[in-house]
Ligand binder design. Structure first.
Ligand SMILES: Cc1cc2nc3c(=O)[nH]c(=O)nc-3n(C[C@H](O)[C@H](O)[C@H](O)COP(=O)(O)OP(=O)(O)OC[C@H]3O[C@@H](n4cnc5c(N)ncnc54)[C@H](O)[C@@H]3O)c2cc1C
Length: 309
């Protein structure tokens, strides 16, 4: 119930206007967001890199409604790639297709993403397309494949283990040798598309994760980013890799900025690639609300800050 309500608020513009101008919300959001400016994000990345943690940077923003805003988001990403090169950061980028104009047209989005990918290839960088709600799954995978077919191998996509369709999607992506970030899924989905029970989402995650890095499967170059803070999933991956001799070159761990920092550092110390997803920018509201929805304890942290003033 609470999760559904918070996810509803994440998309409600009245709530966005109310909450994002609220000083305390900004303060609490800072736990999950590296800052509103690029300079703050660069400082955060430098600290993480110094601790052996590569990152993927997300310039926050969702659902642009005009060609100009969508093109502007692409320009920001191109600037971000230059900043990464200029500061010699160990960082890739992650983005949302609706930010690049997917709600306007597929072509607008493709044109913008192509510009970013061309620049990323020039600067030797990699782009991952975040996955949004299930209304966008088909078109996201279609755009991913269109650009891969054009030769952009520096592109990855996300699969969510809460969706029934994901097993089939992962099997196809494996054959294509794709870079996949596997996560549980952060949106509100109906029970005819997604497992309603968390235990089923978790079990499906483990099943999909193992299949994707199975050393007995055909070697297609497929690469997996295990994006989870779930200690049981991480232990399972570590054990599976050890028992089945899955080399570190076939997978990495990923976690969100500000969540399970202890585990992030432990994995890096053990020699795994542990990439931190670092969001920044002024459009932090929906991202922040999804983080609250994932864990009710975050909400109590927010409320207790409110009463403390
Ligand atoms: C790198 C990365 C990229 C992602 N990209 C996408 C995407 O493109 N599309 C999408 O739908 N979702 C995305 N997600 C979010 C994901 O779908 C989950 O909603 C989120 O990661 C919580 O699931 P979990 O695997 O951590 O497991 P859970 O079972 O939810 O959590 C396991 C443990 O992790 C900790 N934890 C989890 N979430 C939080 C939190 N918000 N605050 C504090 N502690 C927490 C708690 O200790 C919790 O017990 C991404 C997640 C990561 C790590």
């Amino acid at each position: 119930m609470l999760r559904s309500f918070l996810l509803y608020l994440s998309g409600a513009s009245w709530a966005k206007n109310l909450i994002s101008h609220f000083f305390l919300a900004r303060r609490v959001a800072r736990r999950f967001v590296a800052g509103e400016s690029l300079e703050e994000a660069v400082e955060a990345v430098k600290k993480l890199n110094a601790e052996g943690l590569p990152v993927t940077l997300d310039y926050l923003g969702e659902a642009t409604q005009s060609e100009a805003d969508a093109a502007d988001a692409a320009t920001q990403y191109i600037g971000l790639l230059d900043t990464i090169t200029g500061h010699n950061l160990k960082a890739t980028v992650s983005l949302k297709l609706t930010q690049l104009g997917l709600d306007i047209s597929d072509d607008t989005c493709l044109t913008n993403l192509r510009r970013i990918l061309t620049h990323a290839a020039r600067t030797n960088n990699h782009v991952t397309i975040d996955m949004e709600s299930s209304a966008y799954t088909d078109v996201t995978l279609r755009i991913f494949r269109t650009l891969r077919d054009e030769g952009f191998t520096n592109l990855g996509t996300v699969i969510q283990s809460y969706l029934y369709r994901s097993e089939q999607d992962m099997a196809e992506l494996h054959q294509e040798g794709a870079f996949v970030r596997l996560c549980k899924g952060a949106y509100k989905e109906p029970s005819d598309r997604a497992f309603p029970k968390k235990a089923d989402v978790d079990a499906n995650y483990v099943k999909l994760m193992r299949a994707y890095v199975d050393p007995d499967a055909a070697q297609t170059g497929a690469y997996l980013a295990v994006a989870s803070h779930d200690a049981r999933i991480i232990d399972t991956m570590r054990e599976y890799a050890r028992e089945r001799n899955v080399p570190n070159e076939r997978f990495e761990f990923q976690m969100l900025y500000g969540i399970r920092n202890d585990l992030q550092r432990e994995l890096a110390r053990q020699g795994f690639t542990m990439r931190v997803y670092v969001p920044f920018g002024t459009q932090w509201y929906p991202y922040f609300m999804r983080r609250l929805a994932e864990r009710p304890a975050n909400l109590w942290f927010f409320v207790s800050n409110f009463f403390r003033g």
